[in-house]
Design a protein around this ligand. Sequence first.
Ligand code: NAP
Length: 371
Amino acid sequence: MKKKVGFIGWRGMVGSVLLKRMLEEKDFSYIKSIFFSTSQIGEKNPKFSNFFFPGFLKDAYNIEELKKLDIIITCQGSLYTQKVFPILRSSGWSGYWIDAASDLRMHKDSLIVLDPINSVNIKKAINNGIKTFVGGNCTVSLMMLALGGLFRQNLIEWVTFSTYQAASGAGSEYIKELLKQINFLNQYLSQKSTFSQSILKIEKNITSIIKNSNFPKKNFLIPLILNLIPWIDSSMLNGQSKEEWKMEAETNKILSKTNKKRILIDGTCVRVGSLRCHSQSFVIKLKKDINLSEVEKILENDNQWVQVIPNNKESSLQKLTPLSVTGTLNIPIGRLRKLSLGSKYLSAFTIGDQLLWGAAEPLRRMLKFLI
Ligand code: NAP
């Protein structure tokens, strides 16, 4: 009999990418799909140009309805998980919970899923009766796929990173706000006289428009366009942002590294105005001196999505930008070179679609493990 799978949060950024991928891979033919909403209960189920799901949206807070499901996939976010998961579990529900939000990632009874890296652990967890599977933080999953070969061969002593994370990483309302910011600015830029002004006058006017108190910034809190935001998520007590903290914590959990063998990973996470795809720059200290062509082979041979981009300007501009990666499962890694710091110090730059490998794809593949 087909498993009953409930979809929560399917309307958001991650959820809609998940549905799109599942349609592409014809995953819906293996399951009985039931759709929920927190805000549109009773409205029609999702509809696509070539596919529609008959029926109406159920209430995502109705525990009795949720209890009927074999598997729940939620892309709704932390508040939903915090509210519903404990009540559902304490009601005796023992189905599988697959989640995009971060809340349950570090729980002892949950596994962070990224099957090209930890499929063995996923299979073990299913056999051991684990019922809660959570997608990793987007930058963590993208870093691990890019550097998979070096992690797998235990060649990394430490990594420090700087991220350049897209606006869509914050969710639907944020991406709309970025577009509203563009629109606001355009009112000045679209005036005929603007470009006949001196360049310093244009720069001054734009700065004053962006600093205007009416500039749309309810969600990001400050303007993102023509600016950047060097803080993502909440604050930890040690000065890290929570996004930065996740890099070491989640990576070591995915790799099942015990305290003594932990890989040290730290750096700075930054929100930038790109639309989609997270980019990351790394300085990696290798455990031993391996020549660059060997490093490239190790990286490229690890999984089918990673691709080494030659370290030259033309290739970097063509293949190592958010625009060249958006909407694909590709994980290009380039700017590979040994740093002048010494022969064990490697620099790298990678990009991945944070909505695909960074969020929806590991969840979709987890569902396949269960069905
Ligand atoms: P989102 O776009 O804000 O969507 C979450 C929910 O918000 C939707 O399911 C929908 O629920 C509601 N919503 C409110 N306004 C909406 C609008 N204008 N358009 C669509 N939906 C709207 O959030 P998300 O980015 O998908 O993130 C979901 C979870 O995944 C979060 O925990 C996030 O941290 C995590 N995550 C996100 C990313 C990413 O790149 N965005 C990457 C990795 C993990 P109802 O239909 O019930 O109203």
